[in-house]
Structures are given as C-alpha cells and as structure tokens.
Design a binder for this molecule. Structure first.
Ligand SMILES: Cc1cc2nc3c(=O)[nH]c(=O)nc-3n(C[C@H](O)[C@H](O)[C@H](O)COP(=O)(O)O)c2cc1C
Length: 436
C-alpha cells in the first residue's frame, strides 16, 4: 500500500536539494510564522500535548507533556537539545532527515524552542555524521541570514540561536544525560535521575531533549492541526507517521515512512520488498539493537508502541532488522553483545563488568566450548544488570541474549552439545551495523 508522505514529502520531491529556497517553495517556515502569530508559547505546548506526539528517539515519551514539566518562571534560562546522535545499531532514519531536509528539523527546533522559551538550542550530532554536520552548518547559516534564527526572529520579540555540537562517536552519548555532559565538555557519562533534565539539565538549567524525527514532526502538526495528526497512525496512543529503518535480509533495505500501526508483515513484505531469496523469516528486531528479538509469529503485530510492548519487545528507535531462516541466533546475539561491551561507559559496575562476562561466555558457546550450566548463568548475569544501572543501557544490552535464549534455546544447546552451529554463521555478518 502507498501512503501520503509527511516527513519524507520534500525529500521524495524530484529535484529537491534541501536548500532554504527549496524548503520555502514547498511551504517551509510557514509553521513558525503561523505559531508566532496565532499561539502563545503555552498554547503551542497545549497543541503538541493534544496531538499526542510521542518521542521517536526510543522511549516514546509524549513530547508536549515533557515540555510542560519545565518550571513556569520565564526568568529562568532554559535550553533545547536535539538528539542527533542516532547510535542505535540498525537505525538510520535521522541521518537521512538531516542530510536531505535540514530545514524541516531546524523549523521544528524553532517551534520547540519558542514553545518552551529557550533562547539557545543545540543539535548534538554523532561524530561520524561528517556530511550531516556540514549540511546542518550550511542550513543554519541560511536560516540565520533569512531571519528565522537570531535576534527577534521574523521581526517578533523572540530570540533563538541554534548551535551544532559534534560528538566524538560514543553510543552512550545518545542517552540524554550523557549527551548533556558531553555538550558541557565532559566525558559522556549518564547522570543519576532525578533530578530530570526538565529541572536540572544543560549547565544545571531546565532543558528539553528531543529526537530529530520528533522535532521534524512539529511543522506539520502546526500547519495541519491536531485533528489531522490524531487521525493518522494508531490513535489514540500512537498517532502519526513513523519512519522505520529496515535492514538485514530484505530485498529493499531503507527508510520507510508509514502510518504508525501497520503490521510488521506489511512493512517487511510490501514496503521492503520481502525476504532475500524468498527465504523464511526466523527473527525480527523491531526497534533497534536494544529491543528484544521477535519470532516470525509476531509478523501480524501492529507497529505501534503498545502492540510491540504486548509481545515483549519495544518500538524503540524504529530500526527493524530482519533475519532469515539461515541466521545463527547465538552469533547474532554475540555480535550485539560485543557492540554493547565495547560501548559500555563503565560508570555502573553491573554493566561494566557484566557486559564483558557476557561476551566471554557467548564467545565460548559460539566457538564450541560452552557448558550447559552457562545458559542459566547467562540469565543470572543478565538479571543482575537489568534495572540495576543508572541509565537504560543495562536493560538494552541484555535484550538480545534474553530474547534469543527464550525463543531459540535449542540453538544454544546445539552449539554446546555438538560443538558446532545448527545453521550458517551469518548472524555476525548481518548485524555489523553501528559503531565498532
Ligand atoms: C544508551 C542509550 C542510547 C540512546 N541513544 C539515542 C540516540 O542515539 N538518539 C535518540 O534520539 N535517543 C537516544 N536515546 C534516548 C534518549 O535518552 C532520549 O530518551 C531521547 O533523545 C528523547 O527524545 P524523544 O523524547 O524525542 O524520543 C538513548 C537512550 C539510551 C539509554
């Protein structure tokens, strides 16, 4: 099925370059004009609350509600940060939005900054996105020259500056409080919460952090209204469109913008062109490497926050990785565990120590030196990490092992008993997406 594109509309328009002139020709920067004229900042917060827009970075927290947590005292300095770290393996949607339609994001940020009263905003971009950073620098300069940014934007009484901050390439810096530490020039380690960033964020000031895709939705919500937004997707809890990055054993890997709530089957078989070589699907990761693996029996699950949670996984960052029947589940889980062990920031002992123990045991099993008692030991270590760390990294890193053990324990047992793999050994190759 074909769907009307919203966030991808411009970049699917022939000849669209992402320049300011192209963006304006497509109706760009009308939303901020409208907002400045028609909405006081509190009314804009209310509009976004009523739209039900939920964060697209991972946790799915309602954006307007998050904004409303900020203290009301207008004299307090506050900040907006755009999370453009996009470090979740299998996820590449924000990168495309940045590279091909930077002004859509910038307009979304101006709207968010206006709503929360932030005069200064930052885009924290993953260090490896060199081209994306160049595109954004160019677009920010254009927006400044045209009066969309700077002092008294569009001749209103509102000042908004946006700065680009390049990370050095660390998965943990996508976690919102580590991101704040990194902007402050410190090592990217997550902070204890509470206090939450809404109260004590960047430089100790009230701060909102939102994902690229979340912010890119805002111009459309302002232009087209709450009724339109709540009529698409999977309302009432998961309205709107969603961009899924589909990768792995599919014929057409790529980013697909579809209404929230289409089934995994439609996403994989219709949008992404089905499975390579017409093979059967063995496993699907529905929301980035931190999301639990699902089996083929979940193909008819709706891709919205609630439905995916009901089958024991999460929509997360929208990175969908498809694995065919020949994929070794032990190898796939080991591959992701190696990524997490490499990226642990080391702040919390369960994660720092546990991640390397898990890798050692998984390698042992994968290479035919495992022991049956290792399987229960893996679960014990995972349970001593999950929920016991400062940030959600701990919960993320145990998802691949726990879910593959739940659904494919027999494959682990086969590795241990037969000292070889039941299928090929392609899980490792398949999942080398992300930072290594
Ligand atoms: C280890 C870890 C890595 C994360 N990486 C990202 C990331 O790369 N991009 C992102 O938008 N959110 C990431 N998040 C989620 C952020 O902490 C935060 O929830 C999000 O940026 C909020 O924006 P949203 O409400 O618009 O989704 C990560 C979280 C954790 C625990």
């Amino acid at each position: 099925m074909k769907y009307e594109k919203v966030l991808h509309k411009n970049l699917e328009t022939p000849g669209y370059t992402g320049s300011l002139a192209d963006y304006e020709r497509q109706g760009g920067y009308q939303a901020i004009r409208k907002a400045l004229k028609e909405y006081a900042p509190t009314q804009l917060i209310d509009l976004v609350k009523r739209s039900g827009l939920r964060g697209r970075g991972g946790a799915g927290f309602p954006a307007g509600t998050k904004w409303d947590f900020l203290p009301k005292d207008p004299a307090l300095t506050r900040y907006l940060c755009c999370n453009a770290d996009e470090s979740e393996p299998g996820t590449f949607k924000d990168r495309e939005l940045i590279e091909r339609d930077p002004h859509q994001l910038i307009e979304g940020m101006i709207l968010a900054a206006y709503a929360i009263g932030a005069k200064v905003a930052y885009i924290y971009i993953r260090g490896e996105f060199v081209y994306g950073a160049q595109v954004l620098e160019r677009a920010l300069a254009e927006a400044n020259r045209a009066g969309y940014l700077g002092k008294k934007i569009l001749k209103s009484g509102t000042d908004i500056e946006i700065y680009l901050h390049r990370g050095a390439g660390a998965y943990i810096c996508g976690e919102e409080t580590a991101l704040l530490e990194s902007i402050e020039g410190k090592r990217g380690l997550p902070r204890n919460k509470p206090p939450f960033p809404a109260i004590h964020g960047l430089y100790g000031k009230p701060t909102v952090i939102n994902n690229v895709e979340t912010l890119s939705n805002l111009p459309h919500i302002v232009n087209r209204g709450v009724e339109w937004f709540t009529s698409i997707g999977s309302p009432p809890k998961s309205p709107g469109m969603r961009i899924f990055s589909v990768s792995g054993h599919v014929n057409r890997p790529g980013n697909y913008e579809v209404p929230m709530g289409i089934t995994l089957r439609e996403l994989i078989h219709e949008q992404a062109g089905g499975v390579l070589g017409n093979k059967k699907i063995k496993a699907i990761i529905p929301g980035g490497a931190s999301a639990a693996f699902l089996t083929e029996s979940s193909l008819d699950v709706k891709m919205d926050f609630e439905s995916i949670a009901q089958v024991g996984s999460m929509l997360g960052s929208g990175g969908v990785t498809v694995m065919d029947e020949d994929t070794c589940m032990v190898s796939a889980a080991l591959n992701l565990m190696e990524f997490f062990a490499h990226e642990t920031c080391g702040k919390c002992s369960p994660c720092r120590e546990g991640s390397s123990w898990l890798v050692q045991m998984m390698r042992r099993i994968e290479h035919g030196h495992g022991r049956m008692e290792d399987l229960d030991q893996l679960v014990r270590i995972c349970n001593n990490i999950g929920g016991k760390t400062v940030c959600a990294f701990g919960d993320a890193e145990i998802a691949p092992i726990l879910s593959t053990l739940k659904h494919w324990r027999s494959e682990y047992e086969y590795h241990i008993k037969e000292k070889k793999c039941l299928v090929g050994n392609r899980g490792g190759q398949l999942l080398t997406i992300g930072k290594h």
